[in-house]
Design a protein around this ligand. Sequence first.
Ligand code: F6P
Length: 556
Amino acid sequence: MATQVRAGTKSRGIEPLTKRKAWKALQTHYKTVRELHLRNLFADDPKRGERMTAEAVGLFLDYSKNRITGETLKLLIELAEESGLRSRIDAMFRGEKINTTEQRAVLHTALRAPKGASIVVDGGNVVPQVHAVLDKMADFSNRVRGGDWKGHTGKRIRNVINIGIGGSDLGPVMAYEALKHYSERAITFRFVSNIDGTDFAEAVRDLDPSETLFSVSSKTFTTLETMTNARSARAWSLDGLGGDERSVAKHFVAVSTNAAEVAKFGIDTANMFGFWDWVGGRYSMDSAIGLATMLAIGPDNFRALLDGFHQMDEHFRTAPFESNLPVLMGLLAIWYNDFFGAQTVAVLPYEQYLKRFPAYLQQLTMESNGKHVTLDGTEVTYATGPIYWGEPGTNGQHSFYQLIHQGTRLIPCDFIAFGQPLNSLGRHHDMLLANVLAQSEALAFGKTPEQVKAEGTPDWLVPHRVFEGNRPSNTILADRLTPEILGKLVALYEHSVFTQGAIWQINSFDQWGVELGKVLAQRIIPELESKTDPALGHDSSTNSLIRRYRKLKEAS
Ligand code: F6P
């Protein structure tokens, strides 16, 4: 890809990443390291597994099973320094408008700042507003959970449905699932996101509208999926409550930055929980977007979650890069992505409650760092955001791990595990932990042809049974999955994403790439719904798919 400055953009004089001294040194260094095997790195340094670790705020990171040497780390840290990572971190925490394409501050860290803190945006301290909304959420949550908030017919609320999509869904669902152990089991929680009517239909099919509260969660309150689902929800609710419009006030609340649209939809803004344009959708699970989470786990647990986020924020802001967990993880991601050419990162939580964590991370990482130009509009000449994916252990072991162990691709893995189970059941937890430890060991060290032969394997079968090893992984350990630990884990990845974006010199906080499809869908909707054959001006594939769909629709 050729380097070019786009018309209409002004270079801010950022030195291109590939021209940096540390980048060039890493390119040379890579040629040596790619030949090294983790077997030898461990054999040559018996203390490697103890040394290449870092611990902060209750999270332990073992990064020794990575294809790095001390020199690699030194150069990666130099790269972070040369890239101005420290000043980028400070700029974010100070509330500078680092989301330059939208001219916005990036202040999810203010959402978890303690009450007395001061963070100034456009001349005003935002921390008191944050806490005012949290207090309002807490009051509302207590009333719903305690049965004081009644539905239109006087019944207490037994079902809460969050309607939202993207950051207004993935964070709340992930946190609800992750913290189910701490949740109010007398209330059923469901999450509707997809515009596919099945999502809504299945969510309400066994529910009583008189006991059901909808939280319509949308930063903009204009998102097609959410507003379509919200209208269907209002129709379903009104239908079940005798059509009395006054019932909307008891069965609908809104979470948004857009009071005008909330009012236009018919939700009293007294029942609205606000947040601000300096909170990106994928960074909003700890804002009012977390209302469903707070309803599920209660205000005290929600505050513990925020405290966890804040502890990791402070660690990221202040710790030296050498012992800074998000920085280390971000640098390792860059090492594999840009030097080894790895295209993906697998996130493998050995904790069933974290089953939606990889899906949550997909938006956080890929919407943030799926960018092809730098801050000044120059086309990048290196790979940016890798693909994040994963499943909870041990399920993945019986599915895709084969490819990680013996396939032709390099897939760095993040294993996440806990010392204590939330549901202690016989030997289950020891077996779970044995598996996670075994996987990282097998990936790193593999099994040589000599070892396979020594087991009596016939020669023809040996190549099939050899594990090359040298597959890198991180292992993150914590004592148990609590709200506080979840906050730390999410913030760890948020700041790892920030670290990567800062080094790639991209804007990790906009998402223009999602716009085109939205615009085209708006154009296609009337073409699908038109009573008469519409004149179509798309390409021949899209035109004929539209015609075919119209025929299929008529046939039904
Ligand atoms: O489609 C992308 C996006 O803008 C995400 O960034 C965001 O989280 C999601 O849509 C939902 O947006 P909203 O909260 O405004 O409905």
